[in-house]
Design a protein around this ligand. Structure first.
Ligand code: HEM
Length: 414
């Protein structure tokens, strides 16, 4: 089923993690739907053209449930959470199909509303300011560790209703999950175990004393006609944590890096913000997601009946991976796709996915992204990279793509 005629670009190597876009351009052109062996040894179809990618994401013949993988032994840990073998936390939105997906998504949407997110804006601003205050006087920082990493984890903890005194534990567990992302599995399994035990206890306590946080909202939503079990609430909290954390770290990290390495676009944005106009920020966040989005590949899908994608025959049980980062640079869909244009119009990128699994947290991610970039550019107007871009290391997991560190300098704030 492979493509013997085509010389293979070196996928998933160190160079690839640093700049995957030339390899993606090659795949789009020569092997747009390609049977590929992944670093884990599992084989899957990689879908790289925009039109195929969009159709594939919305195709009901592709299941999200790993039981449909032709090789069930390989189906474990497919969501990037090794150590979780069919355990309760895995029964979450990204691993299930309708009608269960429809029911759970409807219930969580009742609690996780755009209004709740909008009301949360002052809190995100406060968090961003507090984090910048911590390093502002020094004139230098690693923006990943000191800003992009803590902001989303504290934000989601606040939203869920994790008490302030426990949030540093969460930050540590989240750190274990990210640090061990592509490496030793033990750390991730340990972190997941701790999070599971903590959430079970917290949900139990909230049930006895409901507040106006998201966990209480989820519990309330379940008290009506349709029941959310305690496990389902825990799995939902967990998917919100893990789907909303590293993604947002990378939006802030990749986005800031793109601005610092595109001085004209950065100046344009900074001028607009100075003039009190944030319309460029609104289109700009979408463009940063398209140009170098946090999610390189959408999560796994499995064919439940034979189908054809881009002329290739996909058999029942075959895993299919949609390469969002490749689709979003497709010249068939985007004019000058390799150019960063913060004012880009008609920018229907796939950075948040498409179809029924479209990112549930997009309003929160946008809020965090906008707040983070505005705060950095207005409070530290001369922000600049303190390393040669060639020296920066990227964390190239299979699903996510982001910087390990982002050293910057700026005039210290007194
Ligand atoms: C789903 C991207 C932030 C919660 C998705 C998907 C993508 C995505 C591509 C679809 C995956 C697929 O179809 O396989 C992003 C990006 C983010 C971000 C780029 C940041 C810039 C967040 C945040 C949250 C969140 C902040 C919540 C706190 C979710 C959930 C799903 C999801 C729960 C599963 C939805 C479903 O299956 O119905 N996200 N996400 N995401 N995202 Fe996000």
């Amino acid at each position: 089923m492979s493509d013997p005629a085509a010389p293979s670009p070196d996928l998933f190597s160190w160079e690839f993690a640093t700049d995957p876009y030339p390899a993606y351009a090659w795949l789009r052109e020569h092997a747009p739907v390609r049977w590929t062996r992944l670093p884990s040894g599992v084989e899957a179809w990689l879908v790289t053209r925009y039109a195929d990618a969009r159709a594939t994401l919305a195709d009901p013949r592709l299941s999200k449930n790993p039981v449909h993988h032709a090789e069930p032994a390989h189906a474990r840990g497919k969501t990037g959470i090794p150590g979780e073998r069919g355990a309760d936390l895995m029964t979450h939105l990204l691993n299930i199909d309708p009608p269960d997906h429809t029911r759970l998504r409807r219930l969580v949407s009742k609690a996780f509303t755009p209004r709740r997110v909008a009301e949360f804006a002052p809190r995100v601003q406060e968090l961003a300011d507090r984090l910048i205050d911590r390093f502002a006087a020094t004139g230098s920082a690693d923006l990943i560790h000191e800003f992009a990493f803590p902001l989303p984890i504290y934000a989601i903890c606040d939203l869920l209703g994790v008490p302030a005194e426990d949030q540093d534990d969460f930050r540590d567990w989240a750190g274990m999950m990210i640090r061990h992302g592509g490496g030793p599995r033990g750390g991730v399994a340990r972190a997941v175990k701790k999070i599971r035990a903590y959430l079970a206890d917290l949900i139990h306590r909230k049930r006895l004393d409901l507040g106006d946080d998201l966990i209480s909202g989820l519990i309330r939503a379940s008290d009506h006609a349709e029941q959310l079990t305690e496990n389902e609430v825990a799995a939902m909290c967990f998917v919100l944590l893990f789907a909303g954390f590293e993604t947002t770290v990378n939006l802030i990290g990749n986005g800031t890096y793109a601005l610092l390495t595109h001085p004209a676009e950065r100046a344009r944005l900074q001028d607009a913000l100075r003039a009190g106009d944030d319309s460029l920020l609104v289109t700009g966040i979408e463009e940063l997601l398209r140009y170098d989005g946090p999610v390189e590949l959408a999560t796994w899908r499995y064919a439940t009946e034979p189908l054809t994608i881009g002329g290739r025959r996909v058999a029942v049980g075959d895993p299919v991976l949609v390469v969002l980062a490749a689709a979003d640079r497709d010249p068939e869909r985007f004019a000058a796709p390799d150019t960063l244009d913060l004012a880009r119009r008609d920018n229907q990128h796939l950075g948040y996915g498409h179809g029924i699994h479209y990112c549930l947290g997009a309003p929160l991610a946008r809020l965090e992204g906008r707040t983070a970039l505005t705060s950095l550019l207005t409070r530290l107007p001369d922000l600049r990279l303190a390393a040669d871009p060639a020296e920066l290391r990227w964390r190239g997991g299979l699903i996510m793509r982001g910087l390990r560190t982002l050293p910057v300098r700026f005039a210290p704030l007194r």
